[in-house]
Design a protein around this ligand. Structure first.
Ligand code: ADP
Ligand code: ASP
Ligand code: MG
Length: 408
């Protein structure tokens, strides 16, 4: 008998028929003698709809109230699944994040989980019940409802699996595993049987939304056995996220390609080239809780330099406003903003032992006439910022260049 946490994403619970299918799958696992905790997302599109409603009321909704609204989608699906389970003779009980309780900090809209009280879930499991928990949500020390950021149900599932010391955390979604790149953009993408945590972390943080990055961090930290599978197929082992590289296997140089359309680039031209400038600029940005991704400072010429960085598109307008102020404080020449950029990244632990990967990447892009605006590298990834309109072309070209296309 194993304890399994299963998470079903939005498309897997998109309507009542699919919810009934999920109930059947859960029932099959239980019939095999396993204890099952289910974590659910809202029906697909529901969270977007709730955010849109909030924005109809207020251009920048109060974050506490936004979480109050956005967390409701998951409350619907957990109730419906528990009913579906009971209807087929499986005892079940639903819990909101607050009822579990999933204690978080109070950073509304992107709260972090601090602790999980597993006592009541354990009691239900021991009594033979399936426990159904709302993903994406928690509660802070004052009892306020919080949410964990878009795609946060993955993180709820892994955190519950860690707290319960589950044997496996299974993420059921609308693809049958993690692919070399988004199979909806590159039909030739291949499913990976295994991928290391290190690579999955990079893929997730660089834009592959199949797993929320925090879920991968959590799984790595608490050694949760994590698997991505299809909720629409009964066969298949999905993709296992592993701690160890398989030393017996020849590692591919590149395991996957990630991309992200959600970034924007900001440049401050002609800033004085002296100590404290990067701090002055980025300190002001950080003070407003805006995350910065790539940063480039040019070589100084004639006592001035140019400074560029990228932020999430949703922070673009705010960041630009801050830079306009910083520009006058530093007597810089101009602020330029560009929110039609995209970032494409190649990821692979095999890069460590293979020189020349960057030049192959740059040549492939040059051959297509794609201009590189920014570059950033780490030991196992290379990212470039390019014009958004070439993003999908770049992904396809790199997928082919690094031998990732399926043979058939
Ligand atoms: P869910 O609603 O189940 O959480 P998501 O839409 O959040 O599902 O994540 C699954 C989607 O992630 C897939 O439909 C696919 O388009 C996308 N995706 C992006 N990169 C990858 C990748 N490397 N492998 C598999 N899917 C990917
Ligand atoms: N429903 C939330 C979202 O759409 C959480 C999730 O699906 O993981 O972001
Ligand atoms: Mg998701």
């Amino acid at each position: 008998m194993a304890l399994i946490v299963q998470k079903y994403g939005g498309t897997s619970v998109a309507n009542t028929e699919r919810i009934k299918n999920v109930a059947q799958r859960v029932a099959r696992f239980r019939a095999q003698g396993h204890q099952v905790v289910v974590v659910l997302s809202a029906m697909s599109g529901e969270t977007n709809k709730l955010i849109a409603l909030a924005k109809e009321i207020s251009a920048s909704p109060d974050p506490r109230e936004l979480d109050q609204v956005c967390s409701t989608g998951e409350q619907v699906t957990i109730g419906l699944l528990s009913m579906a389970l009971k209807d087929i003779g499986v005892p079940a009980k639903s819990y909101t994040g607050g009822q579990v309780k999933v204690l978080t900090d109070n950073t509304f809209t992107k709260a972090r989980i601090l602790s999980i009280d597993e006592a009541s879930m354990r009691r239900d499991l021991d009594a033979g019940k399936v426990v159904v928990v709302a993903g994406f949500q928690g509660v802070d020390a004052e009892g306020n409802v919080t949410t964990l950021g878009r795609g946060g149900s993955d993180t709820s599932a892994v955190a519950l699996a860690a707290a319960l010391k589950a044997d496996e955390c299974q993420i059921y979604t609308d693809v049958d595993g993690v692919y070399t790149t988004d199979p909806r953009v590159v039909p030739q993408a291949k499913k990976l049987d295994v991928i290391t945590f290190e690579e999955m972390l990079e893929m997730a943080s660089l834009g592959s939304k199949v797993l929320q990055i925090r879920s991968v961090e959590f799984a790595g930290k608490y050694k949760v056995k994590l698997r991505v599978l299809s909720s629409f197929e009964d066969e298949g082992e999905g993709t296992l996220i592993t701690v160890e590289e398989d030393k017996n296997m020849e590692q591919p140089i590149i395991s996957g390609i990630a991309f992200n359309r959600d970034e924007a680039k900001l440049t401050l031209l002609g800033v004085p080239d002296k100590p404290g400038i990067a701090y002055h600029i980025l300190g002001a940005i950080a003070a407003d809780n805006i995350d910065v991704d790539m940063i480039i400072q040019n070589v100084g010429v004639d006592g001035t330099t140019d400074f560029s960085f990228t932020v999430n598109n949703s922070d673009f307008a705010r960041a630009k406003g801050i830079l306009d102020k910083v520009k006058s404080e530093l007597a810089a020449r101009a602020v330029i903003g560009d929110n039609s950029i995209g970032k494409v990244s190649i990821v692979g632990v095999g890069m460590r032992s293979h020189p020349g990967v960057a030049s192959r990447m740059f040549k492939a892009l040059a051959d297509e006439g794609i201009n590189i605006q920014m570059i950033s590298t780490s030991e196992i990834k290379i990212s470039v910022v390019i014009d958004e309109k070439y993003l999908e072309l770049a992904v396809r070209v790199l997928h082919r260049t690094f031998g990732l296309d399926r043979a058939d």
